[in-house]
Design a protein around this ligand. Sequence first.
Ligand SMILES: *Cc1c(COP(=O)(O)O)cnc(C)c1O
Length: 401
Amino acid sequence: MVPERTVAPQTAKAGEVPFLVYGAPLIGEAEIAEVVDTLRSGWLGTGPKTQRFEQAMAEYLGVPQAVALNSCTAGLHLALDVLGLGPGDEVITTPMTFVATANVIVHTGATPVFADVDPVTGNLDPASVAAAITPRTKAILVVHYTGRAAEMDTICALARQHTLAVVEDCAHAIETLYHGAHAGTLGDIAAYSFYATKNLVTGEGGLVVTTRPEFQDALRCRSLHGLNRNAWQRYGASGSGTYEAVYPGYKYNMMDIQASLGIHQLARLESSWQRRRTIWQRYDEAFAGLDILETPAPTSPGCRDAYHLYTVRLDLPTLRVDRDGFADALRERRIGTGVHFWPVHLHRWYRETFQFRENAFPHAEAIGRSTLSLPLSPAMSDADSERVIAAVHELARTLRR
Ligand SMILES: *Cc1c(COP(=O)(O)O)cnc(C)c1O
């Protein structure tokens, strides 16, 4: 199948092999037409298209309401904010994530406490979470790493036992199902990302949902300065001009230009997922015989994987280069990769502020040293994935120790 590719990345000069970006978005004519329609409509901010996108997302996830935002980071911050977290509180999370997950804990004044991950899946290890619980623990911030569902049964049971909130970082996990339930509907509050490399793309963008009706109004209100009316309700055709701040909230709202992309990205979510799964299966098959790397673990029983990131683990002792050297060699072959992730506790601010030692979370650190995300995107053609496969096979021969 050749996917629709209306916006070819302009990265190659004439005669050059195009640079293959690891998470290139697939933008179709429908998105482009909707954005143009919004630009011509005279209403660019949060308005009718954001509302349409929120309703469509809520329907997709099977939740009563959803609040569209300008990022997932905003959603995670709002989640911790409405939970009332602050100085003296501890939030347990994974070091195998993007720094935003931990940063938002710091933004509330609470303390991030890391637990180690499962060495195979890279998801939080429930035993390590249990060992990290103290009387100050208030919440567990779970990440569904690479789109693979975290062990929610065990984590939610721990949370109930210790009266902790569960927040889900679903940045990778919009299509993830855990025993039939959507990732993001298992804990108390969840946030999704629509950043340019994610599975549903609005450029920048995010969404927050809750299974706790008592948080719904606060999430919405605090996402827009803590006002009791949004701009559409104030300036729209049936609006009323009066409003007041009922909380010192944040500027986290999505605008209709972003929602214009989101509406059509949601419509192609399933076909994009299927395209990524096809590439994923082709990679699995092509790399099965290679001993220089391990392919991603199979999907956990009873779950649906979002297939967000195809992260291989390099078997470094078999290679003459480290992970970055391997990535450089791929880049020379005009293939882009990502690192998901360098563990958060080893980033300078976290290391210096919390005095983390190396080997504090050995599984996360081992993944952090050896993991590499190969290009995976619905915008890729079969020829693109075959080029990646050929390059990895070539390097398996030439970079072997
Ligand atoms: C991308 C990402 C985020 C942040 O998403 P934004 O929409 O860019 O704020 C948070 N957590 C994880 C795991 C991510 O990969």
